[in-house]
Design a protein around this ligand. Sequence first.
Ligand code: SF4
Length: 712
Amino acid sequence: MQGETAAATRTHYRACNLCEAICGLEVRVRGQEILSIRGDAADPLSRGHICPKAVALKDIHEDPDRLRAPLRRTKGGWQPIGWDDALDLAAARFALVARAHGANAVAAYYGNPNVHNYGSMTHGPRALAALKSRMRFSATSVDQLPHHQVGYWMFGHQLLVPIADIDRTDYLLVLGANPMASNGSMMTVPDFRNRLKAMQARGGRMVLLDPRRSETAEVADAHHFIRPGTDAAFLLGLLHTIFTENLARPGRLSGFADGLETVAAQVRALDPAALAAHCGIGVDTIGAIARAFAGSPRAAAYGRMGVSVQRWGTLCHWLIQLLNVATGNLDRAGGALFTRPAVDTIDSPASRPGHFGAWKTRVRGLPEFGGELPVAALAEEILTPGPGQVRALFTAAGNPVLSTPNGAQLDRALASLEFMASVDIYLNETTRHAELILPPTSPLEHDHYDLVFHVFAVRNTARYSEPLFDKPAGALHDWEIFQGLGARLADRMGVAYQPYPAPDRILDAGLRAGPYGAARQHPQALSLEALRGQPHGVDLGALEPSLPQRLAHADKTIRCAPPELLAELARFAAELRAAAPDAGSLRLIGRRHLRSNNSWLHNSRRLVKGPPRHQLLMHPADLARRGIADGARVRVRSRAGEVVVEVAASPAMMPGVASLPHGWGHGREGVRLGVAQAQPGASFNDLSDELLLDELSGNAVLNGLPVTVEAA
Ligand code: SF4
């Protein structure tokens, strides 16, 4: 009997797909029971690291709230429906709306988990392809559009995002990021804590700018408070020192970096005292950081949510890369480099470098980027009558009611749609508006290869994960749902549909043709079969200099002075000159917690247990000034809306700044997330403002939001 039990226990190796860190996992299983989830010490990227979220894979898999078969909303409530009927119905209804009102009357929204599921990446865009609707939205315009726009304008490709080489750098300048909680974002850096320790042990320093003394501030060598939304002034102050003190050393980059002197002339004309006053960091401090950065043999600047999701997000990311270029740290070991992933989505015939402004939203005229429109415009496109009004919506793995600007407005808009269908494993705040919910298999029931986050990782590696459990009878994988809907919709619209190969076939072709591939006679001879034989993953080495060859502009240059960004700089400078002092106003920022990521993780009991983490944080002096006690319930108001939430006094907050985490707000009716509903919190995006955008990119502004707070 004991022998039988031992024989039934097996160990499975896979990558965690819950966040961008793609940690290797060792999962012990007996039959259908998950016995343990640990870090895989043999994974060449994560080296055994995991965070508490990893065990949520078990919770999600076993969650009684997770949908396992399609549902249809009827007058009598949610009813089961078979797959064929569900997909036929979805195709018929989308086709009906498109025929009656035009293709753009059907919109699509793809949430963040799509980029963590390779079947969604390969097949997701094909679900509505037959319609050729231009109303495509995703989570990209919530938090990362500026990274892609800068990659496109400076380097020629939206995925050419330089990655800070933490494993070899001497000086890491971090703006508005909390990798101790996130393990990196747009910079896949699992085990950030130990990588940082190793950097500090070899004499390196990390300097952090953040309006909150975050978990990362606790381990930084220096932390400076910065007023939310003013990072561009700080970055311009750094560049001002570098250009006026003749510290620029682009070195070999000079041979193919165009326009640096054009930018330098504009930066030199700025008033360093005004820049310092705007961001709240002294001229001397800015000068010292600039000199230390420029004087380090190897330095890298990296910015994330605090700079990506604010009014000047694209300007900030351009300035960060200019800092890397001007000091010669771009494309230098220990600086900021481009990755060389095994499936190279940049250097391939199917590559999509990006495009900008090819069409615009109907109501506000916001430009598309890479074929997607800013999601801040989705609600008004549904609510505003007229030709082209959005009347039907397809969502995949998204909860935009909680995760996009002015979610309350979107909530109302979704209730007015003629038809909505959602691919999702939960009945959440968004999918409750759908007529059909189409749940794919759980993450442990399908295979996995990370097509996206190897592109942003601090080391080149590759790892394929077999499914842990067989696909249950009658279930469909995400890509099968997309394919099934796509084929039916094409049929309804009378257009040809070419079935796509399964994701593993596409992966195999990508690996073979990639830089380490069998087709290129590389010694690694990568293919799917080769990766299957190496379940811990394959180490492909540290990031290496690759310029100018890797640049995607036809002339192989770095364009340091794109006209769009020069104009943005001029606009910022004009506002700086005209700016009235911001005395007394309260600015709202978000925050990330190690135990949270997307809203649906709040349905894991072990991730939400313990002290509540959804409170508003404010500096004690800001509470005292308003006569509000620590722990009181407060009403937070913005132009877009208001929420009531508990407040916690926190000396870690910069005075004048309040912080609320995103993804909460599970108190809405009709949701089936039992654990999350027991601790609902308030939704950050009931406060975020759909009219307040990074105007150049159309990205949402979630940091630096003006709010008022009073006792509730
Ligand atoms: S850091 Fe991210 S990838 Fe790593 S275990 Fe945690 S959730 Fe999974």
